[in-house]
Write a protein that binds this ligand. Structure first.
Ligand code: PEP
Ligand code: MG
Length: 533
């Protein structure tokens, strides 16, 4: 038999070559257990939930800070009476504890799994984990043991089960379903376990024991790899390990160029959940918080919800500067009930600050939450998609109005510096017209608008070149304006996370970059000139 190559989505980088272990699936209760009276069934369920909490607490004692947060989230869910309420109601009308719990949790898992947003879909795995853990305890079954060093194949993998496995070298995860934004994917990345998701249901019918190769960067699972694939895997493995070793060496130290000149390396984030897995010591602050993470649910977040989230982010940063971008909805980021659905070309449509100015009530809720959070750290606020000085002046008027309203009501607050994203060519070309407190170049959008190549069309990826002279000249011009006026200029688009592009950005004069957290080490190495041959 030749090799079988399955293609999924990359979730955690790295290459592994090992034996497959396919996690057996339960297909419902094996035999319906005899149903006791409602009182004893309710007691059985309460005891199983208490035991599940105990198990999770025990695992959380032996793991690091990052994993503990995830387990504490699950413990809090289990400890919330609202979760089990429907199950106890079914028990009261004669259902068994097992049946009642399964039905109650399945309804909630399905609810999350059908959410439009990937973040919420990913959370359904946490609930499915709790469902299965309590069911296992009710049935008296023992947990399956995964052989150390195996390539684990499963439909999905709950975080608590991930944490119960000893991840030796060679081990990897290949999931039929799952998502790169799930908690387990975050854990796998943090632990360096290669992981591929979305391989499709057929992967579950492959027999355990065969040799397999997982490439977590390409998103592939190869069953029975031939000699050529094995050799390629080994050389990619060596290359990835070398890169990781370099990244680790540089990650925690301040970034310096060979001349000794310092470069600020900050991180981009999509919210506090993601930050909880990171050590703030790796960065000089947060250069971009994409506040869209708050706007994924069916209802718009209120002031209190936003204030709490911004507060958590500032707390994590511990005094380091944090730049939160106001809502950048529209384009490829629709928000139900807020963005305009029928625009022919949404990237050139009512996006970012344009939408905020069109919906001042929504904008002011966010600005109020930001001004209140500003008392808890070094907060800066920036506006996305600014194209004319009017966008900035009107944005500033809203900020000032919100601040004076808070002052009148004696609500503790501060007025953060207000910057603009330089991501529309009009702003970069005439940068001296924009009297902002600071500038952050959004190279992703700047490139797509300069090159007239939509960022979501894969076949146009070659046009998305940050080193194109047209793009670089706009960066040089923006940096020059910052130097002349004494205002900070940084770059927070994906170009800054690419170690091969970093030298070009430094030559353009940038001394502040905001990058994805996973690329901090290699970016600092590139700044130090350690990657040049
Ligand atoms: C950018 O455009 O470079 C940027 C950082 O913003 P986003 O990718 O969120 O549009
Ligand atoms: Mg952008």
């Amino acid at each position: 038999m030749g090799e079988l190559r399955l293609i999924g989505r990359p979730a955690s980088p790295g290459v592994a070559l090992s034996r497959l272990f396919v996690l057996a699936e339960k297909d419902g209760p094996a035999a319906a257990p005899p149903v006791g009276d409602p009182t004893s069934e309710a007691l059985r369920l309460s005891a199983a939930i208490a035991r599940a909490i105990g198990e999770l607490e025990a695992v959380s004692q032996s793991v690091g800070e990052d994993a503990r947060e995830i387990l504490e989230f699950q413990i809090a869910l289990l400890g919330d009476d609202a979760l089990a309420e429907p199950a106890f109601a079914s028990i009261a009308v004669g259902d068994s504890a097992d049946l009642a719990w399964r039905a109650a949790l399945e309804a909630q898992v399905a609810d999350y799994a059908s959410a439009e947003d990937e973040y919420f879909r990913a959370r359904s795995a946490d609930l499915a984990d709790l469902r299965d853990r309590v069911l296992r305890i009710l049935s008296g079954e023992v947990q399956q043991t995964v052989p150390a060093g195996a390539v684990l194949v499963a439909r999905d993998l709950p975080p608590s089960q991930f944490l119960g496995i000893e991840w030796r070298s060679g081990a990897a995860i290949a999931l039929a379903g799952g998502s790169p934004t799930s908690h387990v994917a975050l854990l796998a990345r943090a632990r360096g376990v290669p992981m591929v998701v979305g391989l499709g249901a057929d992967v579950m019918s492959i027999a355990s024991g065969q040799e397999a190769m997982v490439d977590g960067e390409l998103g592939t699972l190869v069953i029975a790899p031939d000699d050529v694939t094995r050799a390629a895997a080994r050389s990619r493995e060596t290359e990835i390990k070398q890169r990781q070793a370099i990244a680790e060496r540089y990650e925690r130290a301040p970034a310096r160029m060979p001349s000794g000149e310092a470069v600020a390396v900050m991180i981009n984030t999509a919210g506090p959940d993601e930050l909880s897995l990171l050590d703030p010591a790796i960065c000089d602050g947060i250069g971009l918080v994409r506040s869209e993470f708050l706007f994924h649910g069916p209802v718009l977040p209120d002031e209190e919800t936003q204030y709490r989230a911004y507060h958590r982010i500032l707390e994590w940063a511990g005094g380091r500067p944090v730049t939160i971008r106001t809502l950048d909805a529209g384009g490829d980021k629709p928000v139900q009930g807020l963005t305009i659905d029928d625009e022919g070309n949404p990237f050139l449509g009512t996006r970012g600050i344009r939408l905020s100015l069109l919906k001042p009530d929504v904008f002011r809720v966010q600005l109020r939450a930001l001004c209140r959070a500003a008392t808890h750290g070094t907060l800066k606020v920036m506006l996305p998609m600014v194209a004319t000085p009017r966008d900035l002046t009107q944005g500033r008027q809203h900020l000032e109005a919100v601040a004076s309203d808070l002052a009148a009501r004696k609500v503790p607050h501060a007025v953060p510096p207000l910057g603009v994203m330089v991501e529309v060519p009009a702003a970069a070309i005439a940068i001296d017209r924009f009297d902002a407190d600071f500038y952050s170049i959004g190279s992703n959008d700047l490139i797509q608008y300069v090159m007239a190549a939509a960022r979501d069309i894969a076949s146009l990826a070659d046009y998305a070149d940050a080193t194109d002279p047209a793009v670089l000249s706009l960066i040089v011009q923006t940096v020059g304006h910052g130097k002349r006026t004494g205002r900070e200029v940084s770059l927070c688009g994906d170009a800054a996370s690419d170690p091969a592009i970093v030298p070009h950005l430094l030559r353009a004069g940038l001394r502040s970059l905001s990058v994805s957290a996973s690329s901090v080490g290699l970016v600092k190495a590139a700044i130090a000139g350690a990657l040049e041959r």
